[in-house]
Design a protein. Structure first.
Length: 706
């Protein structure tokens, strides 16, 4: 039934599929609302229920739930028409158009598939200037459908919050990949390397850091090393005491000499096996990489472990999952960064609005109250509270410039799961007490760190987080502006029926005037487009042609140091004059290399084959034994005759005489220990053919009686 010459009534139009889809196409603000709700995590059913609630029930909905699903599926297919990787880098190039400081680079494998990608936005680059002194690097986060590890650089801001300072998706975790990441990270950060960097105990990372950031102090995560105690020395008979003494030597040694003395005492006290002794000896040789006594002279912003990275990873869990595609990952990254900026802004507002009260009245506490953020001043205040339990027992002048103090600390610490009390050796409160003993009311400027201050203006706060919303077109922005203006008018007019009639009358006149204006503007646009076609200047670029055209390489190898990167081709965001308009380079060195999606690991099978219980649909390597066959199974009886069964049973009797008595064989790791041997099954007797059915007697009815 066609509807080309007339429009059905509104009630009937809601049941015609063509009109439902046309309604969505003619109302872009409705389709935009679909995508916004879907991006917020709502399912199709939830989106439909939400919009039907606004329209006073599903009976008044001009579209169905299936229409929403079809539209979203169509949009997703359009976005990934040229491939998932191309869609991701098209999004990156649009972000670069919004802000030229956005940096991204990627490289391909031999077959053209995406191998590694690295990006840093303008906000991160500005943040690194303030908080780039100490960073953590980690690659343990794995959340996308291509199983590519998410490598990230993490730092600490002035509130003690974890901040992202760079990220990448990598295909391999080797020295070449890490060197590629570190080189480009330094390049986009202006060649400024951090003072210190924390990583896990990875040899590939260590090798890459030595070649790219040789002046940076490399430190291993202390938490990861402590977690290995149970695996490496857990079999020792005195494991609990050994672990406690090792932790005392590691955490309570004030300098390297004291640590070496405590470590030697532990090695002499306990009887260690060869493997335990070898592992502890290896860790002792690398003590400058992880023991706090050798690293305490450097500033680490309170970081001893890579748990800062784990907090960032857990934060990203709210935005991505294991099914996230590449182009979705790029958008989710922007949303996550916007959330981190919002958390920092709230902390700034809280610090400016709420001032923590003085607890002890020490002059040093008042100094830090005025200049430090609330989170950091809280740490200072805890140390000031501990000063109340420290007493000066004796003072001794050693010379004109040196004085010795003997302090009595009444605080004892009993760590969790510890069986004895240990005297604390923290010295922060001791140093603060000496200021009070010498009537020092001012703190030297070198002890007030700029990175923790709240009274300084930071450049990165003026740089907005990069976020490109393809739905935010000019028409959508104008619609949002009108909606903001009309909402208060509708609210005011809905109070009385007379005011509603006034608004309806004005809207009808406004509709007529808008139709006249739109028709006039359409005629002007048609004339302009005709003139452009006559002059040979197209007004737009066809997106399909761009995606259909092959991708060409700009240069091969690493852009840092001139060293080539084997088995990879590298691309970087270029100026508009040297690419195809969507960020894909147009130059060529050694031929055409189209950009393909990275390899996607196959999904796991629905069922894993078991050694203990074989199903009838699993082909054995030879005809199955008589005891392992199910003669009642149609599949087992399909291709195996009784002769084959007898031959297989005879072969098994000769080769594996014990197997029939003990049941089916198992791998060593899965062999049951307490199961009794099952008696061999006897083959089931063949079924007797069923007796032929008797013909049914005629029904008793009117015809039968006749």
């Amino acid at each position: 039934m066609g509807h080309a010459n007339h429009h059905p009534t509104p009630g009937k139009s809601r049941t015609i599929a063509s009109f439902l889809k046309k309604f969505i196409e003619d109302n872009p603000h409705v389709s935009r609302e679909f995508e916004i709700c879907r991006k917020s995590g709502l399912g199709t059913n939830q989106v439909y229920n939400l919009m039907s609630t606004r329209r006073n029930g599903k009976a008044h909905m001009p579209f169905s739930q299936k229409d929403i699903h079809d539209y979203l599926a169509k949009r997703k297919k359009e976005k990934t028409k040229g491939g998932d990787a191309r869609a991701m880098f098209s999004y990156f190039e649009k972000m670069k158009e919004d802000n030229s400081d956005f940096f991204h680079v990627f490289r391909q494998a031999d077959g053209g598939s995406l191998q590694d990608v690295f990006w840093v936005d303008a906000h991160i680059r500005a943040t690194y200037e303030e908080f780039g002194d100490v960073v953590c690097f980690d690659t343990t986060y794995l959340t996308n459908q291509y199983k590519m590890p998410f490598a990230n650089f993490v730092g600490v801001n002035h509130h003690g919050q974890s901040i992202l300072l760079g990220c990448a998706l990598v295909s391999r975790e080797n020295a070449d990949t890490f060197e590629w990441i570190f080189s480009h990270w330094l390049e986009c950060m202006g060649g400024k390397a951090p003072i210190g960097i924390l990583t896990d105990q990875d040899a590939a990372m260590r090798k890459a850091l030595r070649s790219t950031m040789s002046e940076t102090i490399h430190r291993w995560c202390l938490w990861h090393i402590a977690q290995k105690f149970c695996r490496k020395i857990g079999k020792n008979e005195e494991y609990l005491d050994l672990k406690e003494d090792l932790e005392h030597a590691i955490y309570d040694s004030l300098d390297g000499d004291e640590f070496e003395m405590n470590w030697a005492t532990v090695m002499e006290r306990y009887n260690l096996s060869e493997s335990e002794s070898d592992w502890l000896e290896d860790m002792y040789k690398e003590r400058i990489m992880w023991v706090p006594a050798y690293l305490k002279h450097l500033f680490w912003a309170g970081m001893k472990t890579t748990q800062r990275v784990e907090s960032i990873n857990s934060f990203f869990d709210c935005y991505v999952d294991k099914h996230t595609a590449l182009y979705e990952f790029a958008k989710s990254y922007c949303e996550a960064m916007e959330g981190r900026e919002n958390a920092e802004s709230k902390a700034d507002e809280s610090t400016a609005r709420n001032i923590r009260q003085i607890l002890t009245g020490f002059p040093i506490e008042e100094v830090f109250q005025k200049c430090y953020t609330d989170a950091k001043f809280n740490e200072v205040q805890r140390e000031c509270t501990k000063m109340l339990y420290v007493n000066c027992v004796r003072r001794k002048m050693l010379d004109d410039a040196l004085e010795e103090y003997e302090l009595e600390d009444r605080v004892w610490v009993k760590p969790k799961y510890s069986r004895k009390e240990i005297l604390t050796k923290r010295k922060i409160k001791h140093m603060m007490l000496l200021f009070g003993l010498n009537n020092q009311t001012e703190v030297p400027e070198k002890y007030i760190l700029r990175r923790w201050r709240k009274d300084v203006e930071r450049k990165y706060t003026k740089v907005k987080v990069m976020y490109h919303d393809p739905l935010k077109t000019e028409a959508v922005c104008r619609y949002d502006k009108l909606q903001v203006l009309f909402d208060p008018i509708c609210k005011k007019a809905s109070s009385y029926k007379e005011t509603v009639d006034i608004v309806v009358e004005i809207f009808q006149l406004l509709d007529i005037r808008l139709d006249e204006k739109i028709s006039m503007l359409d005629r002007q646009n048609d004339v302009t487009q005709s003139e452009e076609l006559m002059l040979g200047t197209p007004s737009s670029v066809c997106l399909e042609k761009v995606f259909d055209s092959p991708l060409r390489t700009e240069h091969e190898g690493s852009c840092v140091g001139g060293e080539s990167v084997p088995r990879s081709v590298e691309y970087q965001g270029l100026d508009s004059g040297s690419n195809d308009g969507y960020g894909f380079p147009s130059g060529s060195v050694d031929g055409v290399t189209p950009l393909l999606d990275p390899f996607k690991p196959p999904a796991p099978d629905h069922r894993t084959t078991s050694y203990r219980f074989r199903s009838c649909t699993e082909y054995p390597k030879r005809p199955p034994m008589k005891e392992q066959m199910n003669l009642n199974c149609d599949y087992c009886n399909k291709d195996v005759t009784q002769t084959d069964v007898a031959a297989a049973a005879a072969a098994d009797d000769d080769d594996d005489a014990t197997q029939i008595d003990q049941g089916p064989s198992y791998p060593a790791s899965e062999k049951p220990t307490s199961r009794k041997a099952a008696a061999p099954r006897k083959p089931a007797a063949p079924r007797k053919p069923a007796a032929p059915r008797k013909p049914a007697s005629p029904r008793k009815g009117k015809k039968a009686l006749e």
